[in-house]
Design a protein around this ligand. Structure first.
Ligand code: CA
Length: 239
């Protein structure tokens, strides 16, 4: 990830835009704010951001219309878009994703959720950058030094657990089946029982200690690493 990824916030409500911008700046992002579709287009024409946070309900053209247009233009089609909206209906969510949004957040959302989703779309759009440092919440993996820390404390992981964690961090918030994990972590030429995945997930959780809850079992589906575990991790002390 770049040092200060640029985030374009397209939001007509100044209080919300300001809150988002302050939190982004505080967390190492470089936010800019556009309050309507025309100024958003001007910003995009001037500097291409790394991520767009796009409000659905805007004066003039809607966020949906903008997302469709930006997806259809060569210059902007690769820029990840996270739709922001008060709408929570599934049909709206589907419409947003159909329009080309990479993700969707219903207001109000927490800073942690926002950061997790931004980092997730940045990772998805930049798979070649997997050699560096990967961060989800307070969990940090540095592939070049082979170090994993949680809340600045160094954790000891076996080689398979390290590979497994690296994959899960690079694809955080998504559910992976056991066979997908075997393919991606062990390699599909290796014949291993799916039960082996469970064993290594258990070891990984133990090695992660307090962060172990971030590795969630999704019943009937597989595993997921999340910044927002259903069972909450101990409070880190950071806001
Ligand atoms: Ca709005």
């Amino acid at each position: 990830m770049k040092n200060h990824p640029r985030v374009l916030i397209v939001e007509d409500e100044p209080a919300i835009a300001e809150l988002i911008a302050v939190n982004l700046r505080h967390n190492g992002f470089a936010p800019t704010w556009a309050m309507d579709s025309a100024s958003a287009q001007r910003e995009l024409d001037a500097v291409l951001p790394d991520v767009i946070m796009l409000d659905w309900m805007l004066p003039g053209e809607s966020g949906l219309t903008l997302a469709k247009r930006w997806r259809s233009h060569t210059r902007t089609k690769e820029v990840p878009i996270i739709m922001l909206t008060a709408r929570g209906d599934e049909s709206d969510r589907v419409a947003g994703l159909d329009a080309g949004a990479d993700d969707y957040m219903a207001k109000p959302f927490s800073t942690k959720e926002m950061l997790a989703r931004i980092r997730a779309v940045l990772r998805r759009r930049a798979p070649e950058q997997t050699e560096g440092v990967v961060t989800v919440g307070d969990l940090i993996l540095d592939a070049s030094t082979h170090r994993v820390t949680y809340n600045d404390q160094l954790l000891k992981l076996g080689p398979t657990e390290f590979k497994l964690l690296h994959f899960l961090l690079n694809h955080a918030e998504r559910v992976h089946s056991r066979s997908q994990l075997l393919d991606k972590v062990w390699g599909d030429h290796v014949f291993i029982e799916e039960r082996t995945v469970d064993v290594h997930v258990k070891r990984l959780r133990e090695a992660l200690g307090a962060a172990g809850v971030m590795v969630e079992t999704v019943r009937g589906a597989g595993y997921r690493l999340t910044a927002q575990p259903a069972v909450s991790a101990p409070v880190s002390g950071k806001s």
